[in-house]
Each structure stands twice: as structure tokens, then as C-alpha cells.
Design a protein around this ligand. Structure first.
Ligand SMILES: Cc1cc2nc3c(=O)[nH]c(=O)nc-3n(C[C@H](O)[C@H](O)[C@H](O)COP(=O)(O)OP(=O)(O)OC[C@H]3O[C@@H](n4cnc5c(N)ncnc54)[C@H](O)[C@@H]3O)c2cc1C
Length: 540
């Protein structure tokens, strides 16, 4: 099946005409994982997303495939083991967007961990998470730590530990999972918003009424089972289903700031203590560094969480304490993003103490809702949710389904068979007109699919890589607007905000030419883009 914005009307027709085994509501990483798992077990699956894929929390995380170190502090050994295994699987299946990153953990006076507890903690973590020998922890003296990272605060530094985290791109991971699901036969459509459930004679859900936002038309989807994978919106659907119980979501907000690397030229990623007992990351990405995150209760508009001045000042203050010679200030912040953790409420617990465990709720009308969890654990969350669906379907119509096989499915773009750099070098042999850096940048987003972009640039776009990239996203990643492209497919709004401004007018007219929308819808999307575009600097 194709995944082209130019064929979207055809997908809408199919959503209405087909009978599905499973409708997944929500196109973040949780829904994407479920669609892939279900279609590869033999179910007929569709997925709808009310805005763009990954536009919720799944483009607003710290972008790490965690080994689960922080869970060790909370003594959640089961999670540490599971996410450690998941990390290894993801690295194997999506080597273009999951990269090992050496992380320095400074040990400081009055910090949350001492030398021995850090050493022991990292040792236990390595064993539980199944960390490979070459990536196991390495404890450092104060001098060794400073040699690794001279910018650290020497007054409070006592030593350090090095361990390995895996860096990723959350929104790209989500889209690669969706592309793989679509390739296997799932029908996944963005800008289709769920409105209400339809029920059979036994008051069990048998479909949904939805709104196609780009055509402003209502549609009905027939599905035997429905999974609510709406992340921070999970309870909205449970309310509509009248099944919201005391077990409800607890949303907490986390923000990140992006600054030029020249303002904080750290040599590797650092995971450091904040004076209030929390810990935050500073992670280099290209010529920028992003720093975060916060963890505060959130009761505002779920659709538009933004960083406040207070959030940004907290983060700057934390960074300036650990890297005192840099003295970052609010004018150094080029952009921000804010995300909402869809955690499960526990009475009396503070945001940072709430468990990150996922949980499945099944209502009387058989709405299957999945909440909590992490980007890292999405594959196991999907397996557990689809197990529920297969069990129910088997009881009803005696069908047999294949077992979960997603641990062995290479994601779209993941067919590299060598390192991303080697892959880029090989591509350059055929496309000598492009710089290696330009090709590598694309390989780190699109992996083995990069060759299509380079070929298109050469044949149709007079070697203009940006337009060839946009065209690829329209044709193969259901990208409907400049916002989808700049925010979710490429992360440019967050990491290249000042640089991309001059490209906006030409890109905007390119999208207008390629995607035929009514003026009204075009204006609506432009307005939404403006809110997000202004939102990254809303703290100013
Ligand atoms: C600040 C922060 C940092 C994090 N860092 C990490 C990290 O480094 N590593 C990690 O593993 N995890 C991390 N997480 C957790 C991780 O990001 C989330 O667990 C994960 O992204 C949640 O994905 P989801 O698909 O459940 O929700 P979402 O990504 O929010 O997806 C839900 C989707 O449902 C859609 N939807 C809602 N209502 C409707 C409707 N009516 N009709 C159709 N669609 C609808 C929404 O538009 C949305 O796209 C972090 C979270 C935060 C907030």
C-alpha cells in the first residue's frame, strides 16, 4: 500500500468502505506500534490520527531510547530489564535512527548519588539491562571526569561515571514504524479525528464516527475492536465511552531548550543533578545542544503545551550551576518544545515519583485503552495490547493469529547493513554532486530510503535536496503541510529555527502547489503552524 498525501482521498474512501478487525485511535508511537504488531499477526487494521502523526508527546520527548537508569532509583527492576532488552532490539531494527551515545554522569557534592552508589547502580543497571561488554559503565576520578568534560563545575565535582544511552528521533521513529505497518498492509491516515463510538445490539463498540479534517467530512469506520492509544488524550475518549474510573491519567509537562553548541561546547552528552534533587540531560545534536527536562503537573490545554518563562529559567539555572563558565541566558535559547507525559495517577505521588509503567484498561463496552509507558517500551506495549485483541477475536470467531514478530522486523529505512557513515559514503559514489555531510544528514533521518531522495533531487529537482526531501515526505510519509515537514518529519523547527526562516516562503509555496487543499483548510493549517511556530518562543 502507498503512503502518499497525493492519494489521501483514496485512503479516506477505504476507511469508510472496509470492515476492519481493529481500529487504532492515535498516531503517536503507541498507536504506530500497535498497528505494526496487529497487521503482522494477520489482522486487518486501520489507524487514525487527529492531527499529524507524532504531533502529540511522540515528537516532544528527550529522544532517548533509555536503558532505564532512572527506574533503578525507583527500584522498578522489571522495567529496567524490559527497556534494556527493547533498546537492543530497536538498535538492531532501526540503526539509522537509534545511536549509542556515551553519557557522562558527574558525581557532585550534595548530589543524589555518591561515588559508590553510582558505581553499584550502574553495575546493576548494566547487568539488568543486558548491556554489552564494550558499553558497560566506567567509573572516573575527578581529573578523568574533567578531562572528558572540562566545562563541568570543578568546585563541586567529585568524579564521574560513563555509561551508554541511545539517542533517537522520536517523531522519525514513529513515522518509520507507521511506514513499516503501511507496507505490511495497515491503513494509517492522519487528520482524521475520532468523534464518537458506534455500538452493536449488546452495547459493545463496533466502530467510530470520525471527522476528516482536511475535507471537512464526517465518516464512519467499521471495526470489530477499537484501541484507544491517544496518549494524553486517553481519558477524553474514556469519558466519551463513559468508562472513566478512579484510575485516570496524571499529566506532567516536560520541556527542553535548544542552544547553539558554541555557547555550551560540551564534548558528549551529560546527565546531571539539579539542586532540587532531579536530574536533567544536556545532549549535543549537530551544532546545537538540547537541555531538559522538567517535570511539573499540567492542567492546561492538552493540544498546545508550551514552555513558560519559569520552565526555561529553571533549565538555564540548572545548566549554569553545572557549567558555570558558560552562563547561558534567555537570549541564547533558540527554541523549545514541551511535551505531556500520559502517566497513571497515584494518590499522593509527586510528578517525578509517578511510575512510568503502562497499563491496559478494558471498559464494559470493550474500549481497550492503553496508557502510561515510554517511547522505549512501545513494542512491548503493542504486543500486550494486540494480545488482548487476538484473544477476544479468537473467542468470537475461532480465528488463529500469528505470534508477535516485531522483534525481528527491520523498520523502514533500517536496511543499512553498515554504519550510517559507511552507507552515506557508498551513496556518494553514485551521487558525487552532493557533499558527504549532506548525504549523512539524510541517512540519519531516512536511512536506506535516502537513495530515493538523492535520485529525485538529481532527476526532478535540479539537485535541490530540500525540495527532493519534501517531495519524498509527501509521497512516502503522508506529509500534508509545511508544518508536518518542518516539525515532525525533520525536526527543523526545533533544531534549525533561525537557519530555516529563509526557506519558509519557497517551501510554503511548494506545499501549496503539491497538496491541493481548499483555501479554508489551507488557512486553518497555516494558523496551526503559526501557533506552533510562535509557541517554541512563547516564554519570551
Ligand atoms: C518531556 C518528555 C520526555 C520524554 N522522554 C522520553 C525519552 O527520552 N525516552 C522515552 O522512552 N520516553 C520518553 N518520554 C515518554 C514518551 O515520549 C511517551 O511515553 C510517548 O511518546 C507517548 O506516546 P503515545 O503514542 O502514547 O502518545 P502521543 O504521542 O501523545 O500520541 C497520541 C496521539 O493521539 C492523537 N489523538 C488524540 N485524540 C484523538 C482523536 N480524538 N482522534 C484521533 N487521534 C487522536 C493525538 O493527536 C496524538 O498524536 C518522554 C515524555 C515527555 C513528556
Amino acid at each position: 500500500m502507498s503512503f502518499s498525501a497525493r492519494n489521501r482521498n483514496q485512503y479516506i474512501k477505504q476507511l469508510q468502505s472496509d470492515q476492519f478487525d481493529l481500529l487504532v485511535i492515535g498516531g503517536g508511537i503507541t498507536g504506530a506500534g500497535i498497528a505494526l504488531d496487529a497487521v503482522t499477526r494477520g489482522l486487518k487494521v486501520c489507524l487514525i490520527e487527529k492531527a499529524d502523526f507524532a504531533s502529540g508527546t511522540s515528537s516532544r520527548s528527550t529522544k532517548l531510547i533509555h536503558g532505564g537508569l532512572r527506574y533503578l532509583k525507583q527500584l522498578e527492576f522489571g522495567i529496567v530489564r524490559e527497556v534494556g532488552q527493547e533498546r537492543a532490539i530497536l538498535y538492531k531494527n532501526a540503526p539509522h535512527i537509534v545511536h549509542p551515545e556515551r553519557m557522562l554522569l558527574p558525581i557532585i557534592e550534595g548530589g543524589s548519588l555518591g561515588k559508590y552508589s553510582t558505581s553499584l547502580g550502574l553495575y546493576v543497571y548494566d547487568r539488568l539491562a543486558g548491556v554489552e561488554k564494550g558499553e558497560r559503565r566506567n567509573m572516573l576520578s575527578k581529573q578523568e571526569t574533567l578531562a572528558k568534560e572540562p566545562l563541568l563545575n570543578t568546585d563541586i565535582l567529585k568524579g564521574g561515571g560513563m555509561y551508554v544511552e541511545y539517542r533517537s528521533d522520536d517523531a522519525r521513529l514513529c513515522i518509520e514504524v507507521l511506514k513499516t505497518a503501511v507496507d505490511k498492509g495497515a491503513l494509517c491516515v492522519n487528520y482524521v479525528s475520532f468523534s464518537s463510538f458506534t455500538l452493536d445490539n449488546n452495547n459493545k463498540i463496533n466502530g467510530a464516527v470520525c471527522l476528516d479534517i482536511l475535507n471537512k467530512e464526517s465518516l464512519h469506520i467499521n471495526a470489530k475492536k477499537v484501541i484507544n492509544a491517544c496518549g494524553p488524550w486517553v481519558d477524553e475518549l474514556r469519558k466519551i465511552d463513559k468508562s472513566l474510573t478512579k484510575k485516570r491519567l496524571h499529566l506532567t509537562k516536560g520541556i527542553h531548550i535548544v542552544v547553539k553548541k558554541e555557547r555550551i561546547p560540551i564534548q558528549q552528552a551529560v546527565y546531571f543533578d539539579v539542586q532540587d534533587g532531579r536530574m536533567i540531560f544536556a545532549i549535543p545534536r549537530g551544532n546545537k545542544v538540547y537541555i531538559g527536562t522538567t517535570d511539573t503537573n499540567y492542567t492546561g490545554d492538552v493540544n498546545y503545551p508550551f514552555a513558560t518563562k519559569e520552565d526555561v529559567e529553571y533549565t538555564l539555572h540548572a545548566a549554569n550551576y553545572m557549567f558555570p563558565n558558560q552562563q547561558l541566558n534567555i537570549d541564547d535559547v533558540e527554541s523549545t518544545w514541551a511535551g505531556l507525559r500520559p502517566l497513571i495517577h497515584e494518590d499522593g505521588k509527586s510528578p517525578s515519583d509517578l511510575s512510568r509503567k503502562d497499563e491496559i484498561f478494558i471498559s464494559d463496552s470493550n474500549l481497550i485503552s492503553i496508557a502510561g509507558g515510554k517511547l522505549t517500551g512501545f513494542r512491548k506495549m503493542a504486543e500486550r495490547s494486540v494480545n488482548v485483541v487476538c484473544k477476544q477475536l479468537k473467542l468470537e470467531d475461532q480465528r488463529e493469529f500469528l505470534p508477535c514478530s516485531t522483534a525481528n522486523i527491520t523498520l523502514s529505512g533500517g536496511h543499512l547493513q553498515q554504519t550510517p557513515l559507511e552507507f552515506a559514503k557508498n551513496l556518494q559514489e553514485d551521487f558525487k554532486q552532493f557533499y558527504l555531510d549532506e548525504i549523512l544528514e539524510l541517512v540519519l533521518k531516512y536511512g536506506s530510503n535516502t537513495q530515493y531522495i538523492l535520485a529525485m533531487a538529481q532527476t526532478n529537482f535540479n539537485n535541490n535536496l530540500l525540495f527532493a526531501e519534501a517531495d519524498y515526505c509527501i509521497e512516502h510519509e503522508l506529509t500534508n503541510s509545511i508544518a508536518d515537514f518542518i516539525i515532525r518529519r525533520t525536526g527543523r523547527l526545533y533544531f534549525e529555527r533561525p537557519e530555516m526562516n529563509k526557506q519558509l516562503p519557497s517551501l510554503s509555496s511548494f506545499f501549496q502547489q503539491q497538496i491541493q487543499l481548499t483555501t479554508e483548510v489551507d488557512e486553518m493549517l497555516a494558523k496551526q503552524f503559526d501557533i506552533e511556530y510562535q509557541g517554541v518562543l512563547s516564554f519570551k
